[in-house]
Ligand binder design. Structure first.
Ligand code: SIN
Length: 493
């Protein structure tokens, strides 16, 4: 595969119990496709449900040893892994761009973001503190300790194939759990490269397993229902998340879910408009609009709408759509032509309902770089969008800005909260009273105030309502991988 210096990073089968899966059915394989040119990068062995079962058994066997290590020993393993990932960051970024499409600079930022979770949790694992509680009688002593839940399983998404995996794995392993992950089948290579580096870093056999396969339903059933699984974590759509929660409910498994968003991005008339536009562009076009925390509904106060629209249009003219390896590319391809069809449908539907395309960029196709793909969609600005339109109710997952105007704060809050989602929200205002009121009124797990970049390993990432439960990153991120145990000592003289 071109561009990758250390070819050993390219792995094409699952990593289970410290070994690379050798299948009896080697004919079962699926294509990994570069969305920028639709060429097949490689074939990957298609793991089956039984492989997922084997991975869970391996993680279960590995658990007693891994969990008995001290937090310091586990941290040493995680740091060794992080160092190797860091040493190979250029290759890993290239691999990510090849299979996912995002601009190389964003891919590199993602690799570093993923590493930051390993460093963060390697330290946080040393701070899993308990409590002592005053007893009811002089003969008693009450202690609270925290223990790893056991085997943790996860399904991770294609939009951040490195960082979302490491965000979960680092927390699980630091807490003393062993881990099995099924990465999205669109982007298995980043996950397998991480497994290769985990192997090089000598992570104990069975502590970290990667199962790559296209039968998401069958593998998902195993990861959520196997009796030896204690905790399951998912990042993906709300629709799929609900099904997985139901599957976990059968075995009363601990779950944490990072599900879809429908982020309002609000610009009040007191805002610094230039700051808001800069924030909107970097947030909206990151990964071509394919993030759960992307601004989805852009509310602009009526009296600044014209100025805002003119300035925004001007800024959009500078954006270039193209191959992620082209250094001038701002907007990379979407993950598939199906994803483009969805975005096109939302835009057409909004137009039919009365919205106007204020701006649409060129695709800048360049035959020399082989950008012959139907996965590209240009930056698009829609005005006159209303709350009732499908585009305002749907997570767009593409480079489209929908402008909705509003008159006053009360009306705005009602509209911003009128969604099942509750992941991220953003607002721009220079009025301190308004900043407090709106921060408290928005029903979201994360709120950016004059800021559109929330990602940070030290901060709690997660949502409310249909956007899921649990938090990833921060010291709260360990809670989902730990059980609280109450110890009551009696008969003390
Ligand atoms: C996501 O979109 O799922 C994650 C984005 C982030 O962590 O920044």
């Amino acid at each position: 595969m071109h561009n990758i210096k250390q070819q050993d990073l390219i792995k094409t089968s699952s990593f289970i119990n410290g070994s690379w899966l050798k299948s009896q059915h080697s004919s079962i394989a699926f294509d990994v496709v570069n969305p920028a040119n639709l060429l097949c990068l490689t074939k990957v062995h298609d793991a089956q449900a039984t492989d997922a079962e084997n991975a869970i058994e391996a993680a279960s066997r590995s658990f007693p040893t891994w969990t008995k290590l001290t937090a310091y020993q586990r941290a040493d393993h995680l740091v060794a892994w992080a160092k190797l990932i860091s040493q190979h960051e250029d290759d890993l970024a290239r691999l990510l761009t090849l299979e996912q499409g995002k601009p190389l600079s964003e891919a590199l930022a993602e690799i570093r973001y993923g590493i930051s979770y390993l460093h963060w949790f390697s330290e946080e694992g040393k701070r899993i503190y308990g409590d002592t509680i005053p007893a009811l009688s002089p003969q008693q002593r009450i202690l609270v300790t925290k223990q790893a839940v056991g085997v943790a399983t996860a399904i991770t998404p294609w939009n951040f194939p490195n960082a979302m995996l490491l965000r979960k794995a680092a927390a699980a392993l630091a807490a003393g759990c062993t881990f099995v992950v099924k990465p999205a089948s669109e982007t298995p290579l980043s996950a397998l490269a991480l497994a290769y580096l985990a192997e090089q870093a000598d992570l104990p056999q069975g502590s970290f397993n990667v199962v790559v396969g296209t039968d998401a339903k069958a593998i998902g059933e195993v990861l959520t229902k196997h009796p030896k699984v204690n905790k399951f974590s998912f990042t993906g759509s709300t629709e799929t998340g609900k099904k997985l929660i139901a599957q976990c409910a059968e075995g009363v498994k601990k779950v944490s879910m990072e599900l879809g968003g429908n982020a309002p991005f609000i610009v009040f008339d007191s805002a610094d408009i230039d700051q808001a536009i800069t924030g909107l562009i970097s947030n909206k076009f990151r990964n071509a609009g394919q993030t759960c925390v992307c601004a989805n509904r852009i509310y602009v106060q009526q009296n600044i709408l014209d100025t805002f629209t003119k300035k925004l249009t001007q800024s959009l003219t500078t954006l270039k759509t193209g191959n992620g390896f082209d250094q001038t590319t701002n907007i990379s391809p979407l993950i598939s032509s199906k994803a483009v069809d969805k975005v096109r449908h939302l835009v057409n539907n909004a137009q039919q309902q009365g919205a106007t395309i204020e701006f649409q960029g060129d695709l800048h196709f360049d035959n020399k770089t082989g950008n012959k793909s139907d996965c590209f969609y240009p930056a698009t600005l829609l005005s006159g969008v209303s709350q009732q339109m499908e585009i305002a109710k749907t997570e767009i997952f593409g480079p489209v800005i929908s402008l909705i105007s509003f008159n006053n704060e009360d009306e705005l809050i009602e509209q911003a909260n009128a969604t099942d989602a509750g992941l991220a929200a953003y607002f721009y205002s220079q009025n301190i009273n308004q900043i407090w009121r709106v921060s408290e009124a928005l029903q979201y797990g994360m709120v950016g105030i004059n800021e559109s970049a929330l990602s940070n390993a030290a901060a709690p990432f997660g949502g409310v309502k249909g956007s899921g439960n649990g938090r990833e990153g921060s010291h709260y991120g360990l809670d989902d991988y730990l059980e609280i145990k109450y110890l009551c000592f009696g008969g003390i003289d």
